[in-house]
Design a protein around this ligand. Sequence first.
Ligand SMILES: Cc1ncc(COP(=O)(O)O)c(C=O)c1O
Length: 413
Amino acid sequence: MTMTTHANAGLRPEELRKQFPALSRTVNGKKLVYLDNGATTQKPLCVLEAMDRYYREYNSNVHRGIHRLSEEATEAYDSAHETIAGFIGAHSWQEVIFTKNTTESLNLVARSLLPTFKKGDEVLLTQMEHHSNIVPWQQLAKQHGLVVRYIPVTDEGILDLLAARKMLSAKTKLVSLTHVSNVLGTINPVREVAGMAHDHGALCVVDAAQSVPHMPVSVQELGCDFLAFSGHKMAGPTGIGVLWGRTELLERMQPFLYGGDMISSVSFQDAEWNELPWKFEAGTPVIAEGIGLAEAARFLTGIGMDSIQRHEQALARHACEALGSLKGVRIFGPRERAGLVSFWADPVHPHDLASLLDQDGIAIRAGHHCAMPLVVEVLKQPALARASFYLYNTKEEIDALAAGVKKAQKVFG
Ligand SMILES: Cc1ncc(COP(=O)(O)O)c(C=O)c1O
């Protein structure tokens, strides 16, 4: 089977853009400026082609057919786990489970760990979590008598680690936190938090939806127990997410979904579970998506995750300067941040701002960013505008955003 490899091309956004067909389109007669990468990223040709090739040339189910096409599909799908294991520094491909998205990965952890919790046990989250790392734990707490607590966020938009230290106790069974906040851009000190959790005998889960696509991430270096992310936010397809977990934990956990492929044997009375990671991948899996995701990981690796991070952080600094120089613009989050900027531009409501920018072909996100408790209760905002960057964005696009914001302020001023 042919696998595309990508030479390290350095990071030249103008060159890279040519590989993303969607970026060459126009919107409302204007060149598209796509600054909604926190929601989802555009896809490069190599990912589209890898998935197309699977469907055209070796479309078949995996792990069951003793024929050429099925063998080819199985080889490509299984090796996609290896590629992703390498991408996040996992010891073994068997620790990599393909799910539907970050949300499903976090639900899997919550549901499958449930038998290890007892009434009164505490789950520690942070105030800057996405709903997908709040609601599953809240529901578990309501249904099974657990207690959910939240590490506060300081006025600068960073985690209050002193408070976290005080909140941890023998009752804490699990700490689950985002690596990078999708609202504040804060990069959390996961290694330190994981160490604190382990000192209290608690597990540490990391929502890496906004980190794995944008910076080098090694699960070994983070020292966490589980890590979740989505393919569509890292130049890969929708419909696939990843859960990485430590072998010894995954082996002890209950499956999340039951059915075909996740069993080693079934009788009319009972069933035995398949080996990892198949125990957690019930039914026909995300074959084309797995192949596409592996291609995306190779593409990003070819560019270099360090270069991607440096590029995006430079864009974020530029955005903070360009937007921050406008009267009435308030930027949320710390100075040291990942490649996204949330802001409020007086007197324009973020929804109006997003509509006006769209008229000029500029795509940003407006709303609570699936982090209502943070935006509404902590930052006390009804909504925020957010520009989020990826490897193909340029300073000129950010200048266009700043000009668009200024124009909108004049319209509403
Ligand atoms: C920090 C964070 N966690 C989780 C998610 C959920 O990702 P998905 O919708 O792909 O499950 C997102 C998506 O925006 C996110 O930004």
